[in-house]
Design a protein around this ligand. Structure first.
Ligand code: DUC
Ligand code: ZN
Ligand code: ZN
Ligand code: ZN
Length: 490
């Protein structure tokens, strides 16, 4: 028997185990995981000596915006699928889940899916899937859930904020009920859109336009209120939800309470809520616009609470919410909000989002805060479980898992992050100058070395990345799955 690849002499870390194991790969799959030395003498085409390194399942970033035409009024997504997924593999991420965005004027989720497939097909360096993104929950969209499932799409996101995107509570109930009946996982952007619009008017009345006032326009209360409403509505329908990009410990604590009652409520947080603060938006001139995202970065004290939420299991996943806009682009980038009358822009027109698909894993690992198994759990395994990819992804199980592997060498000298090290199509990183002591040495996707930091960088080819059809979540579902939801019961 001839194997395609061996990874030997490393310390293998999964969500449940750490140990000295050697790995054999054949036909794109993990073929064997055996105690160190157990593969000596086998025939193989290529061997990676991971001596001194950690060998982990490839990262899964399940919250990435690529090539979205109508994200946030006026904004133009800087990364299409090619640079976006190239950036992913260079940062140790082998699978991304991005969005198939429906516009308010498009009744069909399937039409949005078809358009997104066309944008991604033969352009990806990493494996990929899509969440449906529902902004128009009319009868057409609601009737399409079974077809989405048949097309391998088992998750759907909606917004509670932004006039052009948000659903109202009755539409949310329609979506939740259909999700329950079709075993879809629902992602919720939980901020109260009317509070944000009202605060924006109050600030503008006072002639407060600078980027930093974006933070004032997204008060903590707007996130807490929408989160509690999302939990109330989903509990009423008895369907699991994931609250995306939680920014504050108070929201995490509220979610934790719900989880302690046994409700199937999941939560996500992102690097911007651990490594950026509201002061990053308060820089001279327009510079602060680089860190405008929603919800906004909070305080250093909040970072501590978010770390604790990862450690105590409140957060199921740690994703990037990579949402790239070019700073200097005066048409669709951050500077599109600048005019002669408003030389520092107008915060309400700054496209919301920060790039981060490539830096997510290195930032978290360099912070040296999480147990390594916890790191694997929240950056890979749980996303696979939550979104119906486990154990094909997020694990190293012989015969089951794809050979997606990221290898790290912790003794790497520390260095300062610079945007020109990155592979995205954005002219800045909000983490410029951050001290890191970790960067993936190798990224392996289905048995192929697609990133080799020291020998050639990106070795993968565009189009190697495959679309992943997904099944149902393997995390807890409805509390009463055997019973249809029935209005007579209330
Ligand atoms: N927040 C952002 O910052 N960008 C995209 C969408 C979102 O919710
Ligand atoms: Zn409205
Ligand atoms: Zn969002
Ligand atoms: Zn997002």
């Amino acid at each position: 028997e001839v194997y395609d690849l061996l990874v030997v002499n490393g310390v293998v870390v999964t969500d449940t185990e750490t140990g000295e194991f050697d790995i054999a790969v054949k036909h794109e799959k993990i073929a064997k995981v055996v105690p160190r030395g157990g593969l000596s003498g086998v025939s193989v085409k290529r061997t990676i000596d991971a001596q001194g390194g950690y060998v982990m399942p490839g990262g899964i970033d399940s919250h990435v915006h690529l090539n979205e035409p109508f994200i946030m009024a006026g904004g133009r997504c800087a990364d299409d699928y090619e640079p976006g997924t190239r950036s992913a593999i260079a940062g140790g991420t082998t699978t991304i889940i991005s969005f198939a965005p429906q516009s308010k004027t498009e009744p069909s989720l399937l039409a949005a899916l078809a358009e997104t497939h066309a944008l991604a097909r033969s352009n990806c360096y990493s494996d990929y899937s899509f969440h449906a993104l529902c902004t128009n929950a009319g009868p057409v969209a609601i009737s399409e859930f079974p077809s989405l499932r048949a097309a391998g799409i088992s998750s759907l996101k909606f917004f509670m904020a932004f006039e052009d995107l948000q659903l109202h509570d009755d539409e949310i109930l329609d979506v939740l009920l259909q999700a329950r009946r079709n075993q879809m996982t629902i992602l919720v952007h939980a901020e109260n859109g009317q509070v944000i619009s009202w605060m924006t008017k109050q600030l503008e009345k006072e002639h407060l336009f600078d980027p930093k006032y974006h933070v004032n326009s997204h008060p903590p209360m707007a996130e807490l209120e929408a989160t509690s409403r999302a939990i109330a509505l989903s509990t009423f329908i008895d369907v699991p939800i994931l609250i995306v990009h939680v920014s504050q410990p108070a929201v995490a604590a509220y979610i934790h309470e719900a989880q302690l009652k046994g409700l199937p409520i999941y939560a996500e947080t992102c690097p911007q809520y651990l490594f950026l603060t509201r002061e990053d938006l308060d820089k001279p001139g327009f510079e602060g616009a680089k860190c405008v995202c929603s919800p906004p970065p909070r305080s250093t004290a909040d970072h501590e609470g978010i770390w604790r939420g990862i450690e105590n299991g409140t957060f199921t996943i740690f994703s990037s919410d990579h949402c790239p806009f070019i700073f200097e682009d005066i048409e669709g980038g951050k500077k599109s909000s600048i005019s002669p009358e408003y030389p520092n822009g107008r915060f309400q027109y700054v496209p919301n989002g920060v790039p981060g698909v490539e830096t997510r894993l290195s930032l978290a690992l360099s912070a040296d805060r999480l147990q390594l198994q916890k790191f694997v759990e929240v950056t890979a395994t749980n996303a696979a479980k939550l979104y119906g990819l486990y154990p094909r992804k997020g694990a190293l199980i012989p015969g089951e898992s794809d050979a997606d592997i990221t290898i790290w060498y912790p003794e790497l000298d520390s260095f300062k992050l610079k945007n020109d090290m990155l592979h995205h199509n954005v002219d800045y990183t909000p983490y410029e100058g951050q001290t890191l002591n970790q960067w993936p040495r190798y990224t392996v996707l289905r048995g192929q070395i697609v990133w080799d930091r020291d020998n050639g960088g990106v070795l993968g080819v565009k189009g190697y990345g495959q679309f992943l059809e997904r099944g149902i979540s393997s995390l807890a579902g409805p509390l009463r799955p055997e019973k249809d939801w029935n209005p007579r019961d209330f």
